[in-house]
Design a protein around this ligand. Structure first.
Ligand SMILES: Cc1ncc(COP(=O)(O)O)c(C=O)c1O
Ligand SMILES: [Zn+2]
Length: 402
């Protein structure tokens, strides 16, 4: 395995590949380090193309051993052209990355697959998380298929569709009277007390690496080319920064060439600590979320500053999307592309629309928009569009009504 150790991104402290959530010296975030010289010698396009049809085809770039029997493996989700939406927006070429095709219908299956593989290497029998809903689904399903226990901590008032699915997989659900940020604090405290694999606490450096595979797949699916622009929703900021890292890995390994894609991020107006800090050119300050985009309702984003750094480095931007546009955008995506994305996708499309309005993205760009979660879990914002026409079961009645 080319991953050699964990390194602190703040002070450079080096640690073994174990379940350590933060640098013991400075509490900074830890990232796996890979032997890039070895990878440059051994990892070819052909090697990847011959791999399994899942994220495990990128195993040498992940900090875990491939499970002996990969079950319910996420990844290699469709990348589809959205030509009607592209011409509606005035974008040259637009592709949708449909991470709704993952086992629990969101990109969180990727991060959990990697974190759970590490939990199993460490001999843990329970996986756990704090979640805005999609991660809970992914942890619960992964535990079910692996024969582990799952425990999830969610805000008590999340969309019912998400929690019912989590319950169906057999997880123990704690509905915490508080926000996601309260759930997160609770799991950090509990991680010192319980022998559980908290995927986004003690296993976070493994978990986060799973998001790089979105970038790997996009490049491979575009015929080993990078897009000009990638549009990403931002909650903790992990996905956004790791997508940037994924393209960088491929450039460093000579698997693709050309400049880094511009990263464009989106947050809903009711929870936009990262977009606000980007606009004001200052570090992220926590906020109290009040947004319809519950998946993205993280007021104290762990990787917010990293997301801003990745955006600036790429020449991209981060936009705030008005709350009332989230449902409108979900409907626009559905009507023009036949894709029903969740509220996060409404935010992502809002960020693209704003980037087009500002002239940051246009007719010469090849753009990839990440659809990270499924609208069936968050139908609320478009529910008012459901106005069926009531008719008797009679053809004549229908023909007169037309
Ligand atoms: C559907 C969806 N998209 C995007 C995100 C953002 O992920 P991150 O916390 O890595 O920024 C989340 C996080 O929960 C999510 O559920
Ligand atoms: Zn450190």
């Amino acid at each position: 395995m080319p991953a050699t150790h964990l390194s602190c991104t703040r002070c450079g402290n080096e640690l073994p590949l174990e379940g350590i959530g933060a640098c013991p010296r400075c509490f900074g975030p830890l990232e796996p380090v890979y032997d890039m010289d070895e990878l440059r010698r051994t990892l070819t396009r052909e090697h990847i193309e011959a791999g399994p049809p899942s994220l495990w085809r990128y195993a040498p770039l992940l900090p875990v051993h491939v499970p002996d029997e990969p079950r319910l493996a996420p990844g290699l989700t469709p990348l589809v052209p959205a030509t009607r939406l592209a011409s509606h927006l005035g974008v040259g070429e637009l592709y949708l990355k449909l991470d709704t095709a993952n086992p629990t219908h969101s990109f969180k299956d990727r991060v959990v697959a990697v974190a759970c593989a590490k939990a199993q290497e460490l001999g843990l029998e329970t996986i756990a998380c704090s979640s805005t809903g999609n991660l809970a689904n992914a942890v619960a399903a992964r535990a079910a298929v692996e024969g582990l226990d799952a425990v999830v901590f969610c805000p008590y008032d999340l969309e019912r569709e998400k929690l019912v699915a989590t319950a169906a997989y057999g997880a123990r659900i704690y509905a915490v009277r508080g926000s996601y940020d309260d759930c997160s604090r609770l799991t950090v405290e509990l991680s010192f007390e319980l022998p559980w694999g908290f995927v986004n606490v003690g296993l976070r450096s493994y978990y986060a690496e799973g998001s790089k595979t979105v970038a790997y797949e996009v490049a491979e699916q575009l015929g080993w080319e990078q897009p000009d622009v990638v549009i990403c929703p931002i909650a903790s900021g992990s996905l956004h920064s790791k997508v940037g890292r994924g393209f960088r890995d491929f450039r460093e390994l000579g698997l693709v060439s050309g400049p880094a894609p511009r990263l464009i991020g989106g947050q809903a107006a009711g929870c936009s600590p990262v977009a606000t800090a980007f606009a004001a050119d200052r570090p992220v300050k926590p906020v109290r979320p009040d947004t319809i985009a519950r998946s993205l309702a993280i007021g104290s984003p762990a990787d917010g500053d990293a997301a801003i750094a990745a955006t600036r480095e790429s020449g991209g931007s981060i936009h705030t999307v008005p709350e009332h546009e989230v449902g409108e955008n979900m409907a626009l995506l559905a009507e023009t592309a036949g894709v029903f994305g969740e509220t996060a996708a409404g935010v992502t499309l809002g960020a693209l629309r704003e980037a087009v309005r500002r002239g940051e993205v246009g007719s010469s760009d090849r753009v990839v928009l990440l659809v990270t979660g499924d609208g069936l879990k968050t139908p609320g914002p478009v529910a008012d569009r459901f106005v069926p026409i009531d008719i008797p079961a009679d053809a004549d009645a229908l023909l007169t009504e037309l």
